[in-house]
Design a protein around this ligand. Sequence first.
Ligand code: PEP
Length: 250
Amino acid sequence: TPNVRPLVAGNWKMNGQRSELDQIRAIAQGVDSGLGESIDALICPPLTLLYVATALTEDSALDIGAQDCHDQVAGAFTGDVSAAMIADCLATHVIVGHSERRTLHGESDAMVRAKAEAALAAHLVAIVCIGETGAERESGDTLAVLGRQLEASLPDAATAAGTVIAYEPVWAIGTGLTPTPADIAEAHQFIRDTVVRRFGGEGAAMRLLYGGSVKPDNAAALMAIANVDGALVGGASLKAHDFLAICRAC
Ligand code: PEP
């Protein structure tokens, strides 16, 4: 998308102990030695590493985010963490509605929207994930599913600066499979049209990431597709070498 700075975001999921902070250090170094001039880069480690990761990257252009948040600011929610707490750790982004949260934790579109609203209230950038299952794609329902998820998961107050949309086909996550470039182009064009209709200029400038088996060897081709403004990377974000190669490809 013209005039939109690409974002390459890494989702570490439930991976990473203190020894892997070396990878974050190495990614920060790579971002600060040139890459950060043309792209934004973000790593979302597990919460156990969140505060130390932000401290480690205090002087770096590498951004640090969380993988989920609760929709309330504080309260009797054992085991949960609020967007305000994530912001208090000096993180700047939070992923909401990842398909693993939707399927393994039963998160509905309404819950995802409440989380995105909480993120915006805490001045975090919300990375809102949407995507069809393999069965939905096979039955030709992809765009209907994306339309429904966009409608119900995005807050009315979503802005280009505060909201990123990640299109992640569920069947492409962690499988080594990706949609064809034409299928990705169709999905991203549909998402763009939908957010422009709802949010006008803000929708036109919103970053749309592709996610699902992005690797160093396919990143350049994926990023060349119209309306793909970056990537959400799972497995390949765990190693600095791979993640930086993807950043360079963008
Ligand atoms: C993800 O879970 O957001 C993801 C895209 O995973 P992977 O890159 O490993 O497919």
